[in-house]
Design a protein around this ligand. Structure first.
Ligand SMILES: Cc1ncc(C[n+]2csc(CCOP(=O)(O)OP(=O)(O)O)c2C)c(N)n1
Ligand SMILES: [Mg+2]
Length: 750
């Protein structure tokens, strides 16, 4: 018999040989009884799970076979991890699951619990990138199926764990708030991952947040399943580290089992899931597994693993172990098991040949169709309807007797606060979370009073971890809620950015819209705080947001626009599942004046919800102010640049120069039609961009002009490619009114 295995042929041969060497049965057990003494796993269950394990194994072999003639596009397999079928058996098919790429047997075992499913065909379609694959439709190879409550994950290891915590939160919070989630109220969220992945910041964040919640008395029904094969690609987990690390997570109950022994894995998995389900508390299930056939098809593991180590792993092949269990129970002969093995293998080959002929994604339009579906008409209607069903009485109560539209001109911060209040009245599934948003009401008072108005169930402070702030939103969005997380400063989004880029923005794309991530992330940002706080409180770069496909980035400069833009984002989230970032210029939060101290021209009355026209701005529509004739110069800007440009434009108007000041309002997607129209009206364009010269918003505007066939002249003033320094030196790098004046004159001279 082979002692090391590096190819599908080796593994296949080894299994057949091992079957032939199994000892004869000790007796014959009733299949309805435990398959061996001391286990809760019956013979019938073991038999069914063996099928799931066989299917998973043959899918791995097929992946490499398909690859060998260029028709397969993925070869990371589950061989050696097939004990995870027992975890599926211990759970219910209605428990939301986010799976490791080696949880193939889990997938097959869960599919077995649900009618009309064909896991073999599903996975094969994924391997060949068939457009008919049930979750990603050829966009990604992943375990996922809406009917199985298997939510797709990305290839970024551990990035799904914060979302799993968010799902645990949503199950419990939904129950408390009487909101409907897609899952039963006693559901358990489960996520699986590898041993090396436990070291990743996203995993550490998720363990910590689940433990923090538990410590704070919050219910958190999450089961973390570590499939520990002892190695991450070529790097071994230090002996004992995984156990030590997982055992030491505060607030997480630790369970461990031999993942190569189906009965043992089933017993401990049952204990763990029962505990999580009953206690509504988080736990870790540490399954020891082996990795057979290397990390992936192209991985020559003999280069970094000793033959003795490979031989040791091979001895623990979970398929052989389950076969031994069934044979020992007298439930099947080795010959019968071999026949089953072959039958599953033939079926896999046959279906593989069938799916090969299926169409792939045909063109770019088909690829991007599920990216971020937009139905602007419905969004407009949702905004228009927003105030009406709840009526004035509910609003009056929420606002404590005085409606904001009767309160005189509001600042940006006050308008956002009022809009959030209205949103919470309108959308019962909405909640606000973030650092300091509840008790304190936000660093700048933007969320002040919301907690008193709506209670700690809907407005709550989170722990200090942006990854987890977004994770709450990611899970809750899938749970049917409308999350409005706040990131305290733009500079602090970056450590958690993957949760937006890799997770939120991709969910609809990788699930063909079966799962959506409705979410409106409010981010306080941009500069101009008179030198206060340095770069990290004045971060003025948004390139990292603008290139995320499908993500909407709004940047309101004025109070009335803030209400309108925020409402559009909320409605787009509720109606279309869109993910938006609302970038709020901190320097304008409390600004009241435009030209002179005391003129009050920046503050403005609150547009109440439901007022068509004033209350709604479609995604990608700019605002235009015409000063004087409006025929000489077009200034295109956003955020703080709007106020500066309007001040400059007023001065120019006094000298007879007519300007149009275009406030983009949407940094993604850019209001291209408005840009072209307003630029063509004057033939002279000045882009005023407070973000950086490289990678800044201005680059997008200039590119839009070129793409749109604009034939006039254009100039750009932008901030310096620098971080923002402390104190008065900040002015050296940021766009100033003086630089706008200069830019305008240089264009007017032409
Ligand atoms: C964030 C991130 N970094 C690197 C990778 C590349 N990568 C893919 S799998 C892997 C090893 C993961 O090991 P482990 O968590 O033990 O899972 P296993 O493959 O052993 O099941 C690495 C480094 C990745 N997918 N994601
Ligand atoms: Mg590993």
């Amino acid at each position: 018999m082979l002692s090391t295995v590096t190819s599908p042929q080796d593994l296949d041969e080894h299994f057949r040989a091992a079957l032939g060497e199994l000892p004869p049965p000790a007796g014959s057990r009733d299949p309805a009884d435990p398959v061996r003494d001391g286990t809760g796993l019956t013979g019938v269950q073991a038999d069914a799970l063996f099928d799931a394990q066989l299917a998973s194994r043959h899918l791995d072999l097929a992946a490499r076979w398909l690859r060998s003639f260029g028709e397969g596009y993925y070869t990371i397999g589950s061989a050696g991890h097939e004990g995870n079928a027992a975890v599926a058996a211990a759970l219910r098919p209605t428990d939301p699951a986010l799976l490791h790429y080696r949880s193939g047997a889990f997938y097959c075992a869960r599919a077995d619990q649900v009618q009309n499913t064909d896991p073999i065909r599903d996975v094969l379609r994924g391997l060949v990138a068939s457009a008919g694959e049930p979750i990603a439709g050829g966009r990604h190879k992943v375990f996922g199926h809406a009917d199985l409550e298997i939510i797709p994950t990305t290839s970024t290891i551990a990035s799904h764990l914060p979302r799993a915590v968010g799902i645990g939160f949503a199950i419990e919070r939904g129950r408390r708030l009487g909101a409907e989630t897609p899952w039963p109220s006693d559901a358990v969220a489960v996520c699986s991952f590898g041993d090396a992945s436990i070291n990743h910041a996203s995993a550490v964040a998720a363990f910590n947040t689940a433990g923090w919640c538990d410590h704070s008395g919050l219910r958190m029904p999450v089961l973390f399943v570590c499939e520990d094969n002892g190695i991450g690609l070529s790097v071994r987990s230090p002996e004992g580290w995984v156990t030590a690390a997982l055992q030491a997570k505060p607030g997480l109950r630790y369970f461990a089992a031999d993942g190569c022994d189906l009965a043992a894995a089933y017993d401990v998995a049952t204990e763990a899931t029962t505990w999580v389900r009953r206690q509504r508390r988080p736990a870790i299930l540490h399954l020891s597994t082996v990795r057979l056939m290397g990390h992936a098809g192209a991985d020559a593991e003999v280069a970094y693993r000793a033959p003795s180590e490979l031989a040791r792993d091979l001895k623990r092949d979970p398929l052989v172990a389950t076969a031994a269990l069934l044979v020992a129970a007298g439930q099947a002969t080795p010959e019968e098991l071999q026949t089953r093995y072959d039958e599953v293998g033939w079926r896999v080959r046959k279906v593989a040949e069938e799916v090969l002929a299926e169409p792939k994604l045909a063109d770019a339009a088909e690829v991007v169709a599920p990216l971020a579906p937009r139905r602007p008409g419905r969004v407009a209607r949702a905004v228009a309807d927003a105030g009406t069903p709840v009526g004035v009485a509910a609003r009056t109560t929420a606002f404590g007797g005085r409606l904001p539209e009767d309160a005189g001109p509001l600042t940006l911060a006050q308008a956002i606060n009022a809009t959030l209040t209205d949103a919470m009245v309108t959308w019962p599934q909405a909640f606000v979370c973030g650092q300091d948003v509840a008790v304190k009401g936000g660093v700048y008072g933007v969320t002040k009073g919301l907690r008193e108005r709506f209670g700690a169930g809907r407005v709550f402070d989170t722990l200090l971890d942006e990854t987890s702030v977004l994770g709450f939103g990611l899970g809750a969005g899938l749970g049917g809620m409308l999350p409005i997380p706040e990131i305290q400063y733009l500079a602090y989004l970056h450590s958690a950015e993957d949760q937006l880029r890799g997770e939120a923005a991709t969910m609809s794309f990788f699930s063909r819209g079966a799962y959506r991530n409705p979410m409106v992330v409010r981010v306080a940002g941009l500069a101009y705080q008179e030198g206060f706080g340095g770069h990290f409180h004045n971060d003025n770069a948004v390139g990292v947001l603008r290139d995320i496909p499908g993500l909407v980035v709004a940047c309101p400069a004025r109070p009335d626009d803030a209400a309108a833009l925020l409402r559009t984002c909320l409605a787009a989230a509720a109606v279309d599942g869109n993910v938006s970032v609302v970038l709020e210029p901190i320097a304008l939060y409390h600004t009241r004046d435009l030209h002179e101290p005391g003129d009050g021209r920046w503050a403005c009355p609150y547009p109440p919800p439901g007022e068509w026209g004033t209350a709604h701005v479609p995604i990608g529509r700019a605002r235009v102010d015409v000063l004087g004739s409006g025929e000489d110069l077009t200034i295109i800007t956003f955020g703080n640049g709007v106020r500066m440009s309007l001040r400059v434009a007023a001065r120019l108007a006094e000298t007879g120069v007519g300007c149009r000041v275009v406030d983009l309002r949407w940094l993604a997607p850019l209001p291209v039609a408005d840009i072209i129209r307003e630029s063509s009206a004057t033939g002279r364009v000045l882009v005023v961009d407070e973000t950086r010269r490289s990678g800044g918003v201005g680059e997008g505007v200039i590119a839009a002009l070129v793409d749109g066939g604009y034939v006039g002249v254009a100039r750009r003033v932008a901030s310096v490619d620098s971080f923002v320094p402390l104190g008065p030196a900040a002015a050296h790098v940021l766009v100033s009114e003086e630089s706008i004046v200069q830019g305008a004159h240089s264009l007017l001279e032409r």
